[in-house]
Design a protein around this ligand. Sequence first.
Ligand SMILES: [Zn+2]
Length: 230
Amino acid sequence: MAKTIMAVGAHTGDAQLTCGLLLAKHAMAGNHIITVDLTAGERGTPPSMSVSEFRKMNVSSAQEFASMLGGESIVLDTPDGELADTPAAELQLARLMREKKVDAVLYHWKNSMHKDHIQASKITENAIFFASLASFELDGLPPAPIRQMMYAENWEDAEGFVPYCYFDVTEAFPLWKEAVKKLYLTEHSKDFKYLRYYEALSVMRGALIKTDHATAFGIAEYAKRVKMDI
Ligand SMILES: [Zn+2]
C-alpha cells in the first residue's frame, strides 16, 4: 500500500531543500508526498518585491515543487518570523496529519540559529503526539498512522545534529534538482548558496554509504534501540 510522507518546514524552502531528496525517492516509488510550510518565508523579500508579492511567489513555487513530485503543497498563513508553539498551531498541524493519514513525518531538529525553526520543531513534535493519540478527540478524525519521525539535516539547525538514517537517493537526485530550482532561494539567494550546499551534502553523505547521492536524517535517542541476538 502506498505511504504518505509529510515534510514540515518553518519557511518555504526548508522542507524542499532538506527533505526533498527523500520525498523525490518516495514519489518515484509511488508514495504520496506532502510539504507543509508553516510560513511562506516572505520576510526574506528581495529589494525588488513587496512582502506580499514575495509571499505569493513562494507559495506558487512550493506548489510547483510538489507538483513535479506528483504530491501536494500546503503553506500555512502564519507570518514569517512569528511562529510560536501554541496549542492552536499544534492542533492545526495535527488535524492535517490526521486528514492526510500520514505514515511518516520529516521535520526540524530542535536546535537552530533561527527562532522559527526551533518553534517549528516543537510544533511538529507536539502535533505528531496529538495526531497519533487515539484517545484524543480531534474533529472526529481517526488517528494518523505515524510510524516514523525523523529530523532533517538543515545547515541552520546544525548544533548537536547527528545523522543516523541514510538513504540512497542517487536515482531521485535529478528530479529533486529540477524541482528545487523552482524555489527563489535556490537560484537567487546571495546570502547562502543553497543548491551548491545541499548538492554537495548529498555527495558527501553518498560517499559515506558508497553511493553517488544520499540524504541523512536524525532520530530520537529512544528510537535507536536495536534488538540484538548473537
Ligand atoms: Zn527556514
